[in-house]
Design a protein around this ligand. Structure first.
Ligand SMILES: Cc1cc2nc3c(=O)[nH]c(=O)nc-3n(C[C@H](O)[C@H](O)[C@H](O)COP(=O)(O)OP(=O)(O)OC[C@H]3O[C@@H](n4cnc5c(N)ncnc54)[C@H](O)[C@@H]3O)c2cc1C
Length: 481
């Protein structure tokens, strides 16, 4: 029987696809180039500090639950998740601070500090929730290439409001809601970066991303984000998924319109079905096809700092820039502004073992352009004093660093295979680009499928898990077994 499914790449999407195919009865093996499994969800450790080196916001954990349920198991029996409430603490250069509690009234009271009336904020949050349910969720959970997607009642019912968004950018849409509250517009613009986009160019249709965090919530898995792929790998191992590490795929063996095997450094792995869960730019190279012309989404420049504990730091902390438009104009030009928005993740406030006693592990990140050969070491050196200086000023405390390393876009590219180190694959700064992600099935090779952050619907843990589900649905619909 033709049942050998081979998954290339053990990131969150590859793990999701492997579990779903195994549950559907395939013989599943995952081939991973790195010595560890989990892709971008990995850790960096030095001098007694441990840092979650990739994602730190876990949203929509029900998508993980779904994978356990496939095997009659429960996520909660294997991984404890704690809701982070308030989810994020924010600072502005003038000293304004807010946090974002989950409770709607408390959230609105915090956001009202940014200069809008509670009634207007309630109306906006209601609209976001409606937009998410009517447009966001269907976009994330369905194939946009399926004709039925466009003639669905929910799309038609929502048409009048959607038309109001047409032609507006993320920032312009929020500005139209809150013309007199620039800090609130900046706060809301941040959600464009959730998928590596530019709030001043990305389409307003994506505004409902904020709903995912503000209404649906953020979770922290016990012992950090790394526990997520570990729990999925253990689930797979319990149910017969095989994992091969240090097994980089270099190309395909083909027979006409079928892939018959995967070329590895030490031979060929035969396959009846192949799911590529890595950046499809690599696959295009193997197949000698042109690369996708869609510009890459943003990347990140990160400092891992072990510091003396600073009171007032939570798990997620964001320090806004003074000029958001200039920050993104610099990124569009391949540079980083001198006063960038800074995100600090400090997992040791939740998991004390991630730092020595009395210390904290700071993941200090600024948005960066994708790698185009910039002098990253030089950029990190010249930015560092501005970044640390700003944190010291806003926190009102000297930051004493005991241990430090940096992680730049070429490092992200090297460790995960992300093309140009772009965290979320191709950008979606133009409406058309939302529909130009890699579809689930290859246009030419009938047993080749795709999932992951560069595939529809895009990057981020929930979207990658959705892409895996869409890929497996497509495989099932193709009737390949
Ligand atoms: C710094 C940072 C912060 C982020 N923050 C968040 C966040 O807070 N919340 C969130 O939801 N998302 C966040 N993300 C995005 C999220 O991590 C990614 O969208 C997601 O993990 C990507 O999963 P993936 O399976 O598509 O790809 P990856 O995790 O990149 O996995 C691809 C895998 O393919 C392997 N591979 C590559 N080439 C080959 C080959 N030739 N043969 C075999 N294997 C190969 C790679 O080694 C890798 O393991 C962040 C990412 C980064 C880097």
């Amino acid at each position: 029987m033709a049942d050998r499914a081979r998954i290339v790449g053990a990131g969150i999407a590859g793990l999701g696809a492997a579990l779903r195919l195994r549950a559907a009865g395939w013989d599943v093996e995952v081939l991973e180039r790195q010595p560890i499994l989990g892709g971008k969800i990995h850790c960096v450790e030095h001098d007694g500090y441990r840092f979650d080196a990739g994602p730190s916001f876990l949203t929509q954990p029900e998508r993980l639950d779904e994978l356990f349920a496939l095997f009659g198991e429960r996520l909660a029996d294997h991984l404890a998740l704690e809701e982070v409430d308030p989810s994020v603490r924010y600072w502005w250069p003038d000293g304004t601070t807010i946090s974002t509690p989950r409770d709607r009234e408390a959230l609105v009271a915090e956001l009202a500090k940014l200069g809008a009336t509670p009634a207007r904020i309630h109306a906006y949050l209601d609209e976001l929730a409606r937009q998410y349910d009517a447009i966001g969720a269907p976009f994330v959970d369905d194939h946009v290439t399926r004709p039925g997607f466009w003639i669905h009642p929910r799309t038609i019912t929502n048409l009048p409001t959607s038309m109001g968004m047409l032609g507006k950018t993320f920032a312009a849409y929020n500005q139209s809601w809150f013309p007199d509250a620039p800090k609130l517009v900046q706060f809301l613009g941040r959600y464009a970066t959730y998928a590596g986009n530019d709030p001043f160019r990305a389409p307003a249709f994506m505004a409902s991303i904020a709903d995912v965090e503000l209404r649906q919530g953020i979770w922290y898995p016990e012992d950090g984000l790394r526990s997520v792929p570990e729990a999925l790998v253990a689930l797979g191992q319990r149910h017969g998924v095989r994992f091969r590490t240090s097994a980089g795929v270099e190309g395909f063996e083909r027979d006409g319109r079928r892939v018959t095997g995967l070329r590895l450094g030490d031979g060929v792995e035969p396959a009846d079905l192949v799911v590529c869960a890595l950046d499809p730019q690599h696959v295009a190279g193997w197949l000698e096809r042109p690369l996708s012309p869609v510009p890459r989404a943003t990347s990140a420049l990160i400092w891992f700092m072990g510091v003396d504990a600073v009171p007032g730091i939570g798990l997620h902390n964001l320090f806004f820039s003074s000029d958001y438009a200039s920050e993104f104009a610099h990124i569009a030009d391949g540079a980083i502004v001198e006063d960038p928005t800074i995100y600090v993740n400090c997992s040791s406030v939740m998991s004390p073992s991630h730092a020595p006693p009395g210390k904290q592990n700071w993941f200090v990140m600024v948005n960066a352009p994708a790698d185009a050969g910039q002098d990253w070491a030089g950029m990190a050196d010249s930015l560092r004093p501005h970044v640390v200086g700003k944190l010291e000023r806003l926190l009102g405390q000297r930051i004493v660093v005991h241990s430090e390393s940096t992680y730049a876009p070429p490092d992200i590219a090297r460790t995960s295979g992300a093309w140009a180190g772009a965290i979320y694959g191709p950008a979606a700064n133009r409406l058309i680009d939302l529909f130009r992600k890699q579809p689930a099935r290859d246009a030419e090779l009938e047993n080749l499928f795709y999932c992951g952050g560069s595939s529809h619907p895009g990057g981020g843990i929930p979207m990658c898990l959705s892409s895996a589900r869409l890929a497996v649905q497509t495989i099932e619909a193709a009737g390949l077994r």
